[in-house]
Design a protein around this ligand. Structure first.
Ligand code: 3PY
Ligand code: ZN
Length: 621
């Protein structure tokens, strides 16, 4: 009866339905809401509660309940951040090279969830644990916490502004450096941007919170990285870590491209371009233990810069690689919290810290403190279950197809979409064939996408790769492949595959038009602050930036919601507390839900700070 009364209520009936936004965003709900923040958030919660896009989320624990007990009144021990401020980037790199302890970067905040959970981990889950991390593991070299796909995904899928994420992480982590992954001239996108954009992006990222920039180019072309390296070096306070993407197996006598010599020559260019730190970026997890020993020994013998090793544990053996590199003198390595480690992610931080304990290269990190943080990350992983990549165990097939960690999980999802879920090994074979046909380029965003696009195209049409290579003119060719062959990503390390390239490009002309920046845009890019951040969002990801703003307009700042509520909605009788800002909380309780009416709508009765608020949402479930 109460529901009936509410349904008849004037104000409820007046809540008309806006359509234009919904036409573009059918995934979003249609009720027009009052402008107040609580009602907007309630609208999001009501929609998720009715439609359960990710299921009920039964039995899931809030990660905040799993935070270790830490005295938050105690100041965190000074760490790498203070060291960088004191020594400057050159001195910081020198001290890294001189220290005996193996330095460790924790990737749980970026690459680990990019590689396991489709980059979906939200700001709240990243920030809430940082006060504990800063006090329990202050010996970490850095937290890799920004860049790569996180920028795009925050705007596109999470309704979050990446700059706000960075600022919040910075505030919560005063003593450990924050590291980001920068795709050279592509910054955090998929195509090259003008130098002004790179400069502004790096300057803004550094001002808001990034200390160490790991820069790479998908084809190991140092010229493509130079603007980013220059931009990082320019401000005098940031560290330029320059990556060499690793492919093949340098110990294999049959390897004629990605040899030790190749990497030493590349390292020379990287150092000459101004790298403070040399990174080995093993994005697919191909670097075997003994090869790591050989490569790291040679790099440290020839160069003064510290060497930082990044790998993915796809085949399951990469702890051995980290330890072999450690014996060869590698200065720093990457690992992830155990619950977010393994397979397409990095090796386990606990296993690494334990392996080094009481050895000359003891990391200095307290093992008990590392595993004290694990229940939190375990709860986070469970919460994001719907975004799991579906790789249940290590796979040795990576040595054959060389698919990078992040892409392997993506491709599995794409295979499902193509109806080839039960033939993933065939997709892997097509990927390996595409790799060979395209001349064995290094494969990492965005060159990995080119190879993946070709593989999926051949898979969808069930093409014989040899016939494709001989007669590409007979087949549809993905745009990205034509662009790649036209040199849009630069020259690949092994040169161009001929006559394949000539056949592909015959009769096709592509002219890349790059939009000119306006004077106003240039002006905005020259000054640090919110306007510049918003402009960068729109320059890098025009569509997603608009979508994110539309989500904000309709639902408010959803980043304040707990992930369990954000993804799975409310349960009848349960009260949740939403801290919208320090000192301001909303108390929300779901009282009842109506059945679906003849218009396909359901009314969610919830109380907001004790007041009943009916919200009507379309039932799409
Ligand atoms: C990215 O570019 O996002 C990567 O993680 C590359 O390895
Ligand atoms: Zn990686």
């Amino acid at each position: 009866a109460f529901l009936q009364a509410v349904l008849a209520d004037e104000s409820f009936i007046a809540g008309d339905v806006s359509t234009s936004f919904i036409d573009e965003h059918p995934e979003l709900i249609t009720t027009r809401v009052s402008k107040d923040r609580g009602t907007k958030l309630l609208t999001w919660l009501a929609d998720v509660t009715v439609n359960q896009p990710h299921g009920e989320g039964l039995g899931l624990v809030r990660p905040s309940e799993k935070l270790p007990e830490v005295d938050l009144n105690a100041q965190p021990t000074p760490g790498s951040r203070e060291r960088l401020a004191q020594l400057g980037p050159e001195g910081f790199a020198r001290s890294l090279r001189e220290q005996t302890a193996l330095a460790i970067t924790d990737t749980s905040f970026r690459d680990a969830h990019q590689s396991l959970l489709a980059t979906r981990v939200r700001t709240k889950d990243l920030v809430d644990v940082l006060p504990a991390v800063s006090r329990l593991t202050p010996e970490l070299l850095s937290l890799e916490a920004w860049g790569g796909a996180t920028y795009d995904v925050a705007l596109r899928f999470i309704g979050e502004d990446p700059w706000e994420r960075l600022g919040q992480m910075r505030q919560a982590l005063p003593n450990i450096t924050i590291q980001m992954l920068l795709r050279g001239r592509n910054t955090v996108g998929y195509t090259p941007y003008p130098t002004e954009v790179t400069d502004a992006f790096v300057d803004e990222a550094s001002a808001v919170g990034v200390d160490i920039f790991r820069i790479f180019d998908a084809l190991n072309n140092v010229d493509q990285m130079r603007p980013a390296i220059d931009a990082v070096r320019q401000n005098g306070r940031s560290v330029a870590e320059v990556g060499m993407c690793y492919s093949g197996n340098l110990l294999d006598p049959a390897e004629n491209l990605y040899t030790l010599d190749y990497y030493l020559r590349l390292a020379e260019e990287v150092v000459e371009a101004g790298a403070h730190i040399i990174a080995i970026k093993d994005m697919a997890g191909l670097l075997r233990a003994e090869a790591a020993y050989t490569l790291v020994s040679a790099l440290r013998e020839r160069f003064d810069q510290p060497v930082h090793l990044h790998t993915h544990d796809t085949a399951g053996g990469q702890l051995a690689t980290l330890l072999a590199a450690s014996r060869a003198g590698v200065d720093a390595v990457d690992a992830a919290a155990a619950p977010l480690s393994g397979t397409t992610s990095q090796p386990s931080l606990s296993a690494l810290v334990a392996a080094l304990e009481h050895t000359p290269r003891d990391s200095g990190i307290t093992l008990d403190n590392v595993f004290a943080l694990e229940p939190y990350f375990e709860a986070v992983r469970a919460l994001y279950g719907p975004f799991e990549s579906g790789l249940p165990a290590p796979t040795g097939r990576v040595y054959h197809h060389e698919i990078p960690g992040g892409q392997l999980s993506n491709l599995r999802q794409q295979a499902i979409a193509l109806g080839l879920a039960d033939r993933f090994e065939a997709i892997e074979d097509w990927y390996a064939a595409a790799n060979r046909i395209l001349g064995r380029p290094t494969k990492v965003t965005p060159s990995s996408k080119v190879v993946g696009d070709l593989a999926l195209q051949m898979a969808a049409a069930d093409v014989d790769p040899d016939d494709f290579e001989q007669h590409p003119e007979k087949y549809d060719i993905p745009d990205s492949v034509i662009g790649f062959m036209a040199g849009e990503l630069g020259d690949p390390p092994g040169g161009w595959p001929e006559p394949f390239r000539t056949k592909i490009l015959a009769g096709r002309h592509r002219t890349l038009t790059q939009e000119e920046l306006s004077d106003t845009q240039r002006d905005t890019l020259s000054q640090q602050g919110r306007d510049r951040q918003v402009l960068l969002n729109h320059l890098l990801f025009p569509g997603p930036a608009k979508e994110c703003e539309a989500v904000r307009e309709q639902f408010g700042d959803v980043s304040v919601l707990d992930t369990r509520d954000y993804l799975y909605g409310l349960r009848v009788g349960e009260e949740i507390v939403v801290d919208v800002e320090p000192g301001v909380s909303l108390y929300v309780e779901l009282e009842a839900m109506s059945d679906t009416d003849e218009r396909g709508m359901r009314t969610v009765m919830a109380s907001l700070n004790g007041q009943m608020r009916p919200v009507v949402v379309p039932d799409r479930s």
